[in-house]
Structure formats: structure tokens, C-alpha cells
Design a protein around this ligand. Structure first.
Ligand SMILES: CC(C)(COP(=O)(O)OP(=O)(O)OC[C@H]1O[C@@H](n2cnc3c(N)ncnc32)[C@H](O)[C@@H]1OP(=O)(O)O)[C@@H](O)C(=O)NCCC(=O)NCCS
Length: 152
């Protein structure tokens, strides 16, 4: 995997890196597999090919990604494009060590550099670890979709 280490102090032994464009798809697919979710490959490729696409990875001491965040321009809730967090994932064995928060800080920094006025993301209602992370990072709900199972 091709990473470019960023000139940022290590945190708890982890280093922050940018994933080389040619490796973004692999890291994104690995991350989806790790959290047992998926997104259609065509959609992944469409987003990755956008000029604003960026994937950051927090690397462990073997140089493997321990956590990652996938960022790209997205459609904002109020009509203006926003910086969008497509995916954030920290491998299970590295959770609760501050990597999620660090990756969110990278999203803030990227969005500022790109000149976006806001960052948005989607989160499943029952995903309380992620919701806690986002809420404590200053995110507020703008839309809630509800669902009820009916029939068979
Ligand atoms: C959500 C996720 C990225 C958080 O990563 P993390 O490295 O564990 O997060 P941090 O250690 O930086 O924790 C930051 C904050 O998130 C919240 N949080 C993280 N895990 C939590 C949990 N299990 N329960 C409640 N809050 C939690 C807390 O507010 C925490 O702050 P605190 O430690 O000061 O209490 C991680 O749990 C994950 O990868 N989950 C699976 C993938 C996923 O659901 N991604 C988001 C939707 S695509």
C-alpha cells in the first residue's frame, strides 16, 4: 500500500498519512469489509475519481492502516456543495484510542483547505459509537429517516 506520511506528531504511536490515489479503492474496500458494510463498486469508483477525493489513514507501528477516513465533495442539505465524509472506520482492535477523533480533525482540516463551508455525513440511527463521535465533534442532525417493517 502506498502512503505519504504527513508531517504531524504521532499520537499513541500512530502516524497520520495520506493514501496514494492509486490505493484509495483498496483501502476503502478493505474498510467496508472490516465493518461488514458495502457500497456499490461503481459508486466507489465514481467518488474516488472526483478531484476532491481524499483518503487519510492512521498507520500502526507496522505501517498498516488502523483507521481511515474517506472524504470527497458531496451534495449539501441546503443546495451548496459540502465536504462529505463517505466513510470513517477504525479497526476493532484500535478503537477507543482517539483515532476516530483524530480522523475527524483531518476531515475539518481538509474541508478548510478545500474551502467548503460545511461538512456533512450520513449515519445509521442505531450506530451510537459513531453518533457520539460526531455529536462531540460538533455535528448536528439535519434530517432523520424513519422506518417500520410491515408484512412478511
Ligand atoms: C465510530 C468509530 C470510527 C469511532 O472510532 P474510535 O477510534 O473508537 O473513536 P475515538 O476513540 O476517537 O472516540 C471518540 C468518541 O467517539 C465516541 N465513541 C467511540 N466509541 C464509542 C462507543 N463504543 N460508545 C459510545 N461512544 C463511543 C465517544 O464520544 C468518544 O469519545 P470519548 O472516548 O472521549 O468518550 C469506530 O467505532 C468504528 O470504526 N465503527 C465502525 C464503523 C462505523 O460505524 N463508521 C461510521 C459510519 S460509516
Amino acid at each position: 500500500m502506498d502512503y505519504r506520511l504527513l508531517d504531524l506528531p504521532a499520537r499513541r504511536g500512530f502516524r497520520m498519512a495520506e493514501v496514494a490515489p492509486a490505493c484509495c479503492e483498496q483501502v476503502v474496500l478493505e474498510a467496508y469489509r472490516h465493518i461488514q458494510r458495502s457500497l456499490e463498486l461503481g459508486r466507489i469508483r465514481q467518488v474516488i475519481s472526483h478531484p476532491s477525493n481524499k483518503v487519510y489513514a492512521a498507520l500502526d507501528n507496522h505501517g498498516e492502516w488502523a483507521g481511515m477516513i474517506w472524504l470527497c465533495e458531496g451534495e449539501g442539505s441546503y443546495g451548496r456543495p459540502v465536504g462529505f465524509i463517505y466513510l470513517i472506520a477504525v479497526k476493532a482492535e484500535f478503537r477507543r484510542k482517539g483515532l476516530g477523533r483524530w480522523l475527524m480533525e483531518m476531515a475539518d482540516r481538509w474541508a478548510g483547505e478545500q474551502g467548503y463551508h460545511a461538512i456533512e455525513l450520513n449515519v445509521d440511527g442505531p450506530n451510537s459509537p459513531a453518533r457520539h463521535l460526531y455529536q462531540t465533534h460538533g455535528f448536528q442532525e439535519v434530517r432523520v429517516r424513519m422506518r417500520k417493517s410491515v408484512g412478511l
